[in-house]
Design a protein around this ligand. Structure first.
Ligand code: ASP
Length: 332
């Protein structure tokens, strides 16, 4: 009897169809976004129902805006910038308007964005007059040969590119000023009051591209010139199509020392951990072991999401295709 060599043509055809479908639709068909509005001492007991409703409504508006962009085929980068712009313009968060103040009572803003497809990134730090820091970070990525620009030089670059500039007072809301003065008085008595509210967004678009962005005023009472983790690529912001996109919030110095965002990605890349396991290992184990607190939001290339934090609360939410939006503030 002759043994037939080679693949049966029908099987060959089916295999051919399978491979073509993988080239045309390589990703799972998930798309969507995850947002955060800062982690910290956010307790239900110290929240009024009105304030809570205000946060939920803003987080929902933000999610819907980002989602619409993705649904219409827009890029994850565009969604991240649009989402963060809204949060920067809202006095509810510690980014743009409503940012916390330095020891000297000035707003100094940091932001970063990263493209998971190209690994391009843009970051700015120590900004005092740019209305939307994330927009400037994107410009650094798109229109300069650099990754990070700081202070006056970054602001000059902003002006050259006709970005909206504002007086530093624009960022200082009455609430932040009150908080600043209270803390200034308390400083001598060594009273520790935690205030967070950094904003971030990670997104996965219909083309399977990931992006991450973070924007912040940093830490209340920080020393002039202090730069946190948010604009440090790999610390507070990171995206790689092969693994995940991450945006962090919390005590920035610890995030920098641990390279939190990149560590999560690396645990996936080198140890084959799931997004959830990688994020938990870094946020619930490594970070508190070192004495740091905070949380992250992350999304992977398959649309899995993670939002671990080791503080009392974190403003957070996500909206994926085919699902209802989820918004949370406190620990479960
Ligand atoms: N991570 C920010 C920073 O250290 C602050 C925060 O997220 O609350 O600048």
């Amino acid at each position: 009897m002759r043994v037939k060599k080679g693949i049966n043509p029908q099987i060959f055809f089916l295999l051919f169809l399978f491979f073509i479908s993988q080239i045309t639709f390589p990703q799972s068909n998930k798309y969507g976004l995850v947002i955060h509005g800062g982690a910290g001492t956010i307790l239900k007991s110290s929240m009024t129902p009105e304030k809570e409703a205000e946060y939920i409504s803003k987080l929902n508006e933000v999610l819907q805006t980002g989602y619409k962009i993705l649904e219409n085929g827009g890029s994850s980068l565009d969604a991240v910038v649009a989402v963060i712009n809204i949060m920067e313009d809202s006095p509810l968060f510690n980014a743009g308007k409503g940012a916390v103040l330095t020891e000297k009572g000035v707003a100094e803003l940091d932001a970063a964005i990263m493209d998971g497809k190209t690994l391009k990134a843009g970051a700015i730090a120590g900004i005092k007059h740019v209305k939307n820091p994330i927009t400037l970070a994107r410009l650094v990525m798109d229109k300069s040969p650099h990754v990070m620009m700081i202070g006056e030089g970054a602001e000059e670059f902003a002006k050259e590119n006709n970005i909206e500039m504002v007086d530093n007072n624009y960022f200082i809301t009455p609430n932040r000023w009150k908080q600043y003065q209270k803390m200034k008085e308390a400083q001598d008595k060594k009273v520790k009051e935690e205030k967070h509210g950094t904003v971030g967004c990670v997104a996965l678009d219909k083309n399977g591209n990931l992006a991450a962005g973070t924007s912040t005023g940093g830490m209340m009472m920080k020393k002039f010139g202090r730069v946190g983790d948010s604009p440090i690529i790999g610390a507070g912001t990171f995206a790689d199509n092969n693994t995940c996109a991450v945006s962090g919030t919390g005590y920035g110095e610890y995030f920098i020392r641990l390279n939190v965002a990149r560590d999560i990605s690396d645990l996936m890349a080198y140890k084959n951990l799931s997004l959830n396991d990688a994020a938990n290992e870094v946020i619930m184990n490594k970070l508190p072991k070192l004495g740091g607190d905070g949380g992250i939001i992350a999304i992977d290339k398959n649309g899995n999401i993670a939002m671990p934090f080791n503080t009392e609360g974190m403003y957070r939410g996500y909206l994926m295709n085919g699902e209802q939006p989820v918004i949370k503030i406190y620990k479960e």
